[in-house]
Design a protein around this ligand. Structure first.
Ligand SMILES: Cc1cc2nc3c(=O)[nH]c(=O)nc-3n(C[C@H](O)[C@H](O)[C@H](O)COP(=O)(O)OP(=O)(O)OC[C@H]3O[C@@H](n4cnc5c(N)ncnc54)[C@H](O)[C@@H]3O)c2cc1C
Length: 409
């Protein structure tokens, strides 16, 4: 009998995984919580590793046509003095691809164009799942509120067994043999099987916006680091500019939620004029706000017939611009393992083994980079700036090489 695969979540991980699986002869159903798949989000940078993964799927051309390649990354102080500049293109081209930026809405649209809409169900927010426990088949495990053996930190103590029964918030149900959880950092699937694994707030909160016309350095990502916080500027095709602003704040602070661009202008007063100009140009435009968090690195991604991918498995802070890139790598590697292994559970296990070390490394480094970028103590800021200025560019290049050299076979 044909094995049934289901993906929960129609974000970058879920959609790319569905494309990759289809190419390997598996046609999963996707269940997405949002009532419709409409264009959302701000900009998103994709490293050369992600572009290479998309090229392996043969879908990079349409995506590339909607975004633009980037040549470099610079860090500056709030007084506009250069801390360091990385010629990212030089490294990425050695891997056959460049770094790239695109509006998220365009990326989603492109991914969707490679999928059969009749396989995607919107308005389907997963509520709970029930699955047999192979060590105690007569007692199925249900979420929320897992009963029986309480899993230890980051580990499920159950030997899960197909089929999996899914219940959605609208009351509808679905049964599947294999479940790919691509439902983001607050994954309902992960909460069900690994209730102890909780997102960790990074200590800073972030606003993002795309202005239709703004000033940015051509083909460069720019990050301005100051005591008040960090301001990033990234050019999109045409005259559009994507910016983000991060400041230190308590978690889920109600004042942050209602922050306006005028208030951000006050916070970033004294930053270069182009920061103020972008904030002014953003008045009346939608601001996307969210606290920055990641996941601990102690848990497995494979649990019997369930596998976690993307942010559901290994959400990272965005400081290295690698969260979505890792989700795209996941999709390609998962599909490769599914075609290599006849038993999907062996494929999930192999996927887990291949993805642990790399995603842990990115989570750790990205958190450290964020901590450095968000410093407020003037002495520590001075030290950081000195380190940035003194670090040879060869060190940045080495870091980038590690990032871009990934085995996607
Ligand atoms: C400020 C910021 C900037 C970033 N910049 C970059 C960048 O430049 N480059 C980069 O590579 N990454 C970046 N990232 C990270 C990137 O956004 C994520 O890693 C990426 O979106 C993860 O994709 P995903 O599909 O795993 O999860 P998500 O994008 O979170 O998608 C999950 C999907 O699942 C759905 N869902 C959730 N719960 C349920 C449920 N119960 N039932 C059904 N569906 C559900 C959601 O509606 C959503 O569609 C950034 C993140 C932030 C916060």
């Amino acid at each position: 009998m044909k094995k049934r695969f289901t993906i929960i979540g129609g974000g970058i991980a879920g959609l790319t995984a569905a494309i990759a699986l289809r190419q390997r002869g598996i046609d999963p159903l996707i269940f997405e919580a949002a009532p419709e798949l409409k264009p959302v989000g701000a900009g998103i940078g994709l490293g050369a590793n992600a572009i290479r993964a998309l090229a392996l799927l043969g879908i990079e051309k349409g995506i590339v046509a909607k975004g633009q390649f980037l040549d470099g990354l610079s860090f500056r102080t709030e007084k506009d003095s250069l801390l360091t500049h990385a010629d990212t293109a030089r490294v990425s081209r050695a891997f056959g691809q460049d770094n790239f930026v695109i509006h998220r809405a365009d990326l989603h649209e492109q991914l969707l164009s490679h999928l059969d809409p009749s396989r995607i169900f919107t308005g389907k927010m997963l509520h709970s799942l029930t699955i047999a426990d192979a060590t105690n088949p007569r007692r199925p495990i249900s979420s929320p509120g897992v009963t029986g053996n309480i899993p230890g930190p980051g580990e499920s103590s159950h030997a899960f067994q197909s089929p999996i029964h899914l219940t959605f918030h609208d009351g509808s149900q679905h049964e599947t043999d294999y479940l790919i959880a691509a439902d983001g950092i607050h994954s309902a699937v992960r909460r069900a099987i690994l209730p102890d694994v909780q997102p960790r707030y990074a200590g800073y909160t972030c606003w993002r916006c795309v202005v239709p016309e703004g000033t940015a350095i051509a083909r460069e990502v720019e990050e301005i680091l100051g005591r008040a916080g960090r301001f990033g500027i990234i050019p999109l095709p045409g005259k559009r500019v994507y910016w983000f602003a991060c400041i230190n704040a308590p978690a889920q602070d109600a004042r942050m939620k209602v922050m306006t661009t005028a208030e951000l202008s006050k916070i970033f007063a004294g930053y270069p004029e182009r920061v103020q100009a972008l904030l002014k140009a953003s008045e009346g435009l939608p601001l996307i706000w969210g606290d920055i968090a990641d996941l601990p690195t102690t848990h497995r991604f494979h649990h019997g017939p369930i596998v976690l991918i993307g942010d559901a498995a290994h959400a990272t802070t965005p400081n290295m611009g690698q969260g979505a890139c890792q989700a795209i790598e996941d999709a390609v590697i998962l599909a490769a393992e599914l075609s290599r292994n006849t038993d999907p559970q062996d494929a999930f296990r192999a996927f887990d083994n291949r993805r642990q070390e790399r995603t842990r490394m990115i989570i750790r480094r990205s958190r450290a980079l964020g901590n450095m970028a968000q410093l407020q103590n003037p002495v520590l800021i001075g030290l950081r700036n000195a380190v940035f200025r003194c670090t040879p560019t060869a060190v940045f290049r080495r870091q980038l090489k590690i990032l871009y050299s990934v085995d996607l076979s």
